[in-house]
Design a protein around this ligand. Structure first.
Ligand code: UDP
Length: 340
């Protein structure tokens, strides 16, 4: 029996499922709360209990908190696409903020004192200085980023007024897959660069379109900091220890940026496939360069990305893609494992 039980919302999603894997390896008991709208039943660790629940359903959430004595909450579940949030701002602001508030209020009611939030580099909008550290000015670049910032502020008040300690983890570009090929990235529809490039390599799409070639970067395409999803997972486990004492916030990236053209070149190297490219216009809301400084979490918690080079990240994503060409088998999503 695990000595501690953690609630992981969105534990059937990309980063959440990898974090669950890491936490179970470390001996935690895990309850996954996921509505399976974007998550996949097949991504849920067999040792985790899955509760199919929508975080907007406060009554169901209350019953869930009543059934378990959680010692912490890791909150991954959210709408998380910058572009979509520009088109549907209030969907993002309402759902992300209200769902988080439901959780935080239940943590207060049930004495759960540790809360880990999946936050985002989009908090920093179009930053003036690269790399971006935790003291950079917060100017959310989209309603998505704004929603995460609102939750960070909510958590600051939950600490000040109720002693709930929180870790706000600002991910840069989560990428890669579990090296054993058991877990990977599968969004419907997929909008992220690496899976789309790999689909082009596998012949599942005709080409990859580069969104903008006139950015003020060396090759004219956007630069991003791709961080391996398993390294992100480890960071979640590390901050849990900090939360017994204090709240914290960390920027999580490799500290190294790669352009869209460099990602495509890495995919050609790793897959050995030809990838046809079309140069298109800019995607609204994309800043030219986003690269993290993760010096703080490295210094304070000894976090060191294990898979920091782009080729490993792309190779792991490719490994999963080859084993699961059409992504997860979602037919099993129809089955509810346990009612809330
Ligand atoms: N991108 C691209 N073509 C695509 C998808 C993405 O050129 O089909 C670019 C996008 O403009 C950005 C980078 O790839 O500069 C990473 O985009 P992604 O959507 O993966 O993550 P984001 O940076 O938006 O979180």
């Amino acid at each position: 029996m695990a000595s501690e039980t953690l609630l992981v919302t969105g534990g059937a999603g990309f980063v959440g499922s990898h974090a669950v894997h890491e936490l179970i390896d470390r001996g935690f008991g895990i309850v996954v709360a996921d509505n399976l709208n974007q998550g996949h039943l097949a991504a849920v660790h067999p040792k985790a209990e899955l509760v199919q629940i929508d975080l907007a359903d406060r009554a169901a959430l209350k019953r869930l908190f009543g059934r378990h004595r959680f010692t912490g909450v890791l909150h991954f579940a959210a709408n998380s696409l910058v572009g979509e949030s520009m088109a549907q701002p209030f969907l993002y602001l309402r759902d992300n903020v209200v769902n988080a508030m439901n959780l935080v209020e239940l943590c207060i009611e049930h004495g759960v004192k540790r809360f880990v939030l999946s936050s985002t580099a989009n908090l920093f909008g179009n930053p003036k200085q690269i790399p971006i550290d935790e003291d950079a000015a917060i100017e959310p670049g989209s309603p998505y980023g704004e929603s995460k910032y609102a939750i960070e502020r909510m958590l600051a008040w939950a600490d000040q007024l109720h002693g709930i300690k929180s870790a706000c983890l600002r991910y840069f570009n989560a990428a890669g897959a579990h090296p054993d090929g058991s877990l990977g990235e599968d969004h419907q529809p997929e909008t992220h660069l690496i899976p789309l490039v790999l689909d082009a390599a596998a012949g599942r799409r005709s080409h990859i379109e580069i969104y903008g070639t006139d950015y003020p970067t060396p090759d004219g395409t956007c630069i991003r900091d791709y961080v391996h999803v398993c390294d992100l997972a480890v960071a979640h486990a590390l901050v849990l220890d900090v939360l017994t004492e204090r709240s914290c916030r960390y920027n999580l990236g490799n500290g190294k940026g790669y352009s869209v053209r460099e990602v495509i070149a890495a995919a050609r190297r790793v897959t050995g496939c030809d990838i046809s490219v079309r140069e298109g216009g800019r995607r609204p809301g994309d800043p030219p360069v986003l690269v993290a400084s993760s010096d703080r979490i490295r210094a304070e918690l000894g976090w060191t990305p294990k898979f920091s080079d782009l080729d490993s990240i792309v190779a792991h994503a490719w490994g999963w893609r080859r084993q699961n060409p059409a992504g997860y088998d979602d037919r099993s999503n129809e089955k509810r494992r346990r009612a809330p």
